[in-house]
Design a binder for this molecule. Sequence first.
Ligand code: SF4
Length: 271
Amino acid sequence: MELVEVGVSTFNRRFRVQLDDGAAVEAVLYRGDTLCVSSQVGCAVGCSFCASGANGLSRALTPAELWGQLDAVRALGATVTRVTVSGVGEPLHNHAAVRDFVLRCRAERIAPSLTTSGGPIERLIEWLSLPHNGLTISVHAGTEETRKRMVPRGPSLAALFTCLTEQLPLQSRSRRKKLALAYLLVAGANDSDAELTAFAERALPLGQPVHLYAYNPVPTSQHLPVSRARYEQVYAQLREAGLTVRMSSQARIEANGGCGTLLALRTSRSA
Ligand code: SF4
């Protein structure tokens, strides 16, 4: 495995992780201490806004490749205190390797979190109880029609919210504090008042916080972000609806960070 720095900005350092079979994924070091790692080469979920899954899934990363991303960044001198499995890939589709990685992080006093589109639901149920430090579930829609467009091969909103409605009351208060929903605002795709109202109606009974992400397009993106004014308006609208809402941090707004911006290259030794 080899690490190549491909971008640097005020808060972030972005790396291409060259794997031994010729495939590559990306990792981002946020604010010098938080590492976002990839869990698969590509992704099968196919989110419409996401560069990571644009070419489908090639393969899952091995446990050694997951840990190798952390080791390689630490070898550059970074003191990593938090990791998030939120880069290329759906972590729940590489469940065993990601679980082992998360447990090893905790054993080494590195706080692990992950971001998932929520499926398979049986895995989500398992992750609600596993000892992570944060689980963010990407929702990105208020209606099934939009969910199907935004997260085509993720679970439906009905399946997701039924699961959370049943499972969250079984969780302790401290476990529930580690769970959040995510809504990535994409212009013309999921930013209408009706869509947001529908999302708020589903999310409110759960009582979990919502991360409202600003979209950070890459050159190949088919979508555009909403304006800053609209982003702030939606933030206010969701809060007014009774939700606890967190805005994107500056590090995630930068060109080298942000949901769905990391790239995967399939195996191509000869390319
Ligand atoms: S946003 Fe996540 S789940 Fe969706 S295609 Fe990209 S990597 Fe996969």
